[in-house]
Design a protein around this ligand. Structure first.
Ligand SMILES: *[C@@H]1O[C@H](CO)[C@@H](O)[C@H](O)[C@H]1NC(C)=O
Ligand SMILES: *[C@@H]1O[C@H](CO)[C@@H](O)[C@H](O)[C@H]1NC(C)=O
Ligand SMILES: *[C@@H]1O[C@H](CO)[C@@H](O)[C@H](O)[C@H]1NC(C)=O
Ligand SMILES: *[C@@H]1O[C@H](CO)[C@@H](O)[C@H](O)[C@H]1NC(C)=O
Ligand SMILES: *[C@@H]1O[C@H](CO)[C@@H](O)[C@H](O)[C@H]1NC(C)=O
Ligand SMILES: *[C@@H]1O[C@H](CO)[C@@H](O)[C@H](O)[C@H]1NC(C)=O
Ligand SMILES: *[C@@H]1O[C@H](CO)[C@@H](O)[C@H](O)[C@H]1NC(C)=O
Ligand SMILES: *[C@@H]1O[C@H](CO)[C@@H](O)[C@H](O)[C@H]1NC(C)=O
Length: 772
């Protein structure tokens, strides 16, 4: 992979340098590790910086030019710099023996969707109240690389918080009048924008980590927000909000701005967060493309930064991306990252449209106010209420801005048609501005039954295309058609959940199909969490509402759920490695829903597969006592990278073993001690090995196998006896293809479980069977 990507890079460079006027662009030059250890002195940092100037000067001509060109020197843990230079110079640099990789500074994107409806994930978490303090994330530091933080949110109140951990070396940096103030809960806030300014020179940046987009406040409070009673969104999902690890300390590293997140800023934030000694890093963002930075470990600051993190004992949790339901749409697929998919929860928000003839139509809404229920309101079609002088009456049918006649719609429920241009929420604003009492939004034929619970500014609801015939025939056949919209309601448990969200990115992983991705799924649809009070929850300037809590959807939202639980595990088991924490979360996940049926995929309506959910849906309480874990030491990842073509000289920096060498016989990628098993291509037979480590009481574990169709699976031995904590036992899995013809080829799914009767240690098995 290494060779291929470098060849591709050189190819691009050669093609472009033939242009007459070479243009400067920004690049990241990655040099691996620093010779100085983790306790670098000021002199060490200066020395590192000087070495970056020296290195670049030898290409640009003078040290002065190098100083001008470099906008970041990474001097803490990550060795490298970001600089503006010509493509030819970047190409030359890749040949320098100290340079590991050179890749362009580019924009990564947040993994949120602008889809709105109503559910509250928080109450789906186990109640941590009354359990012992260590289980709440005590003394753990969770950081997000995101859009910053709204520090005034109650979710970041430090009431009842313990002292700031002594290991903390970070700070609250802010150079604005309206400062971000830190406390014992929010212990750090830093901002990074030099990279985004290179790419988007007019970007509105401030010297502050204050969140003016809402995403960062949402993810940080989901991971570790304090208990906040009475949190709700205009009355929906009213309850006590809290993050996964409510007692953990949090730090916000702002790397995302309105234009996106620059990967040079992301790497700078990794370097700062590792210096500051965070335990968990949560990243709800990615390259967007599964074929570029998201998977090419050498050219991706998230893969590189997280390998540095894991080698220091920190856990990195990332969103899988919102590129679903396409295959191979996974972002952040490096095996040392926890990659999180998104699924629904069991809370829904029923809404009904009542007609004067007693007929009731099931609808969908997230209105911010409800109509009084003691009377009926006249219906009027938007097309019958065009504003005087409106040139194009179609605009009234669609309830475009200023298209309605206040005289005609006053006190009525206006029926508006959905279209592909005018935002649904704007239609509601039009009706409200014209004095309408409420709105019924009618779906168009294209979207059919897919109705969305939008946070409308007035009493409103949406009906399916099919149901519009019922409504319109009632309106036609009745002299004074009237109706009402049911008051807002929140219902728990009725909805079959979890189910895989359509948008959630799917496996297999593009670069390494030998590692199953995503790893797990967690709630990511209609998640209520803290929000900024700078912008409206709908993102529209016209919407003047401000809410301390708001609903968002995306793998951006599922990721911090897992980060919070990783924080709980770190607090409960400070000695566990990042791999052990990940294993505990993965092997205790479930694949059935609340109706005891196999989890469904909302994209197809069928049973979901491990390419959608990995090992399954996270179960926080079980993750605390997994019984056994698949542990991985950093050297295992290095051997994995050796097989991918990485140079051992460079890999040596990641380990204490200064004599580390790539094994003479390359390790088989399938043999990384991973909590799931994925075979890239099986034509005859493959033998995969795994090692289990006991982290629970002594026990005798028996294996149970649910073999993938047309694959014979033999596990040896079938019984593993553990007599003490920390004991390790190996087993092998022999998989043999039993397909008879080409038409039977393809990905097959199965499962394997070790159990002592009390603990259930589950792994997904994915085998790509090809004919030999
Ligand atoms: C690895 O890089 C070093 C110097 O950076 C070089 O001397 C060595 O030959 C490289 N090894 C391999 C196997 O490519
Ligand atoms: C820049 O951001 C500040 C603070 O959010 C805002 O007040 C200002 O209007 C913005 N300016 C532009 C040009 O968007
Ligand atoms: C939320 O619930 C609390 C406690 O039950 C109650 O006091 C409060 O009025 C509720 N708020 C809303 C907006 O429903
Ligand atoms: C009227 O508006 C609709 C919706 O924007 C548009 O499709 C149509 O072309 C317009 N008609 C005229 C005559 O401009
Ligand atoms: C809606 O109205 C705006 C002006 O207020 C106009 O620019 C736009 O084209 C209209 N959209 C449609 C679909 O007619
Ligand atoms: C459409 O509506 C009719 C009448 O309300 C109903 O009988 C029919 O099943 C609906 N079709 C679909 C696809 O929902
Ligand atoms: C209301 O308007 C829609 C869209 O133009 C149309 O299909 C429907 O027949 C109208 N209904 C009545 C009762 O006029
Ligand atoms: C079968 O798989 C092995 C190992 O992956 C590979 O080396 C070999 O070329 C494959 N044979 C065929 C016929 O595909």
């Amino acid at each position: 992979m290494d060779g291929r990507s470098l060849t591709l890079l050189s190819f691009i460079l050669i093609v472009t340098i033939t242009q007459a006027f070479a243009q400067k662009k920004s690049y990241i030059v990655y040099l691996g590790h620093h010779p100085h250890g983790s306790d670098a002195t000021i002199e060490d940092h200066e020395r590192a910086k000087a070495s970056h100037y020296d290195l670049l000067a030898s290409y640009l001509g003078s040290e002065e030019q190098a100083r001008d060109a470099i906008f970041y020197s990474y001097t803490n843990h990550i060795n490298g710099f970001a600089a503006s230079m010509e493509e030819k110079e970047a190409e030359e640099l890749t040949k320098h023996p100290d340079v590991v990789s050179v890749f362009p500074n580019k924009i990564y994107k947040l993994h949120t969707t602008r889809s709105w409806s109503f559910m509250d994930m928080m109450n789906n978490m186990p109640s941590h109240r009354g359990s012992n303090k260590a289980n709440l994330g005590h003394n753990v530091i969770i950081a997000t690389l995101d859009t910053g933080v709204w520090p005034e949110s109650k979710s970041f109140s430090d009431e009842g918080m313990g002292p700031i951990p002594s290991k903390w070396r970070g700070s609250c940096e802010d150079n604005t009048k309206n400062k971000v103030h830190c406390n014992r809960k929010l212990i750090g806030a830093k901002y990074f924008y030099k990279g985004i300014l290179e790419l988007s020179p007019n970007e509105n940046v401030t010297d502050s980590a204050r969140d003016d987009l809402g995403h960062g406040t949402h993810t940080l409070s989901t991971a570790a927000g304090s208990f906040v009673p009475g949190a709700n969104f205009f009355g929906y999902a009213n309850g006590t909000a809290h993050g996964g690890a409510p007692d953990a300390h949090v730090a916000a590293y702002k790397v995302c701005w309105a234009a996106g997140c620059s990967n040079a800023d992301i790497l700078a934030a990794f370097d700062a967060a590792l210096h500051d000694n965070v335990d968990i890093l949560s990243l709800s963002l990615g390259s967007g493309a599964s074929f570029s930075g998201g998977t090419d470990f050498l050219n991706d600051p998230i893969a590189l930064g997280s390998l540095h993190a894991v080698s220091r004992g920190a856990t990195v949790v990332c969103s899988a991306g919102n590129g679903g339901p396409d295959d191979m749409s996974i972002n952040n697929a490096a095996p040392w990252i926890v990659t999180v998919a998104a699924s629904t929860i069991d809370r829904d928000y029923p809404s009904f449209l009542k007609l004067g003839n007693q007929h009731i139509i099931k609808a969908s809404s997230q209105e911010s106010e409800s109509l009084p229920q003691n009377k009926l309101y006249p219906f009027i079609n938007g097309s019958d209420a065009a504003a005087p002088g409106l040139v194009n009456v179609t605009e009234a049918k669609l309830c475009n801005t200023s298209s309605l006649d206040p005289e005609k719609v006053k006190g009525k429920i206006v029926v508006c048609m959905r279209d592909l241009e005018i935002a649904r929420l704007l239609k509601g604003m039009t009706v409200k501005d014209a004095g309408g009492a409420g709105m019924v939004l009618v779906n168009n034929e294209y979207w059919g039954d897919l109705i969305i619970a939008d946070p409308h500014v007035l009493p409103a609801t949406m009906i399916t295309y099919n149901d519009s015939f019922t409504l319109f025939s009632y309106m036609k056949d009745t002299k004074n058609p009237k109706g009402n919209i049911s008051p807002k309601d929140t219902r728990i448990g009725a909805q079959q959940a979890p189910a895989m969200a359509e948008f959630s990115s799917r496996g297999p992983s593009y670069v390494t199909p030998q590692i199953l991705k995503p790893d797990v799924t967690a709630p990511g649809v209609n998640i209520l969490a803290a929000f900024t009070e700078v912008v409206s929850p709908t993102g529209f300037d016209e919407d003047k509402r401000r809410t301390p809590y708001a609903f968002l959807s995306g793998t951006s939202m599922s990721c911090p759920h897992v980060s919070g639980v990783a924080g709980l595990l770190k607090a409960a088991h400070p000695d566990w490695s990042a791999a052990a924490i990940k294993s505990a979360i993965m092997t205790t996940a479930r694949t059935r829903d609340n109706k005891h049926m196999p989890m469904r995929d909302l994209a197809t309506g069928n049973e979901a597969t491990p390419f959608a959910y990995g090992n399954g849906h996270m179960r926080p309480t079980r993750a605390a006592e997994p019984g056994l874990v698949y542990d991985t030491i950093v050297e295992d990842y290095l051997k994995f990278l050796c097989t991918l073509g990485f140079n051992s000289t460079y890999l040596r920096g990641f380990t204490h073993d200064k004599h580390f060498d790539c094994p003479s016989k390359p390790m088989m990628l399938e043999n990384l001690n991973y909590p799931s098993i994925s075979v890239g291509a099986l034509n005859t037979t493959i033998v995969v090995t795994r090692t289990l480590k006991n982290v629970g009481p002594p026990g005798t574990y028996y294996v149970r196998v649910d073999a993938p169709p047309r694959v014979e699976v033999v596990v040896k031995p079938k019984v593993l006896v553990f007599s003490k904590v920390g004991e390790e036992k190996k087993y092998s899995v022999t998989m043999t293809s039993r397909i008879k013809e080409e038409s039977q080829e393809g990905y097959k799914f199965g499962r394997l479980m070790w159990t002592d009767g009390k603990h259930h240690v589950r792994s997904a098995i994915v085998v790509n069977v090809v004919s030999s």
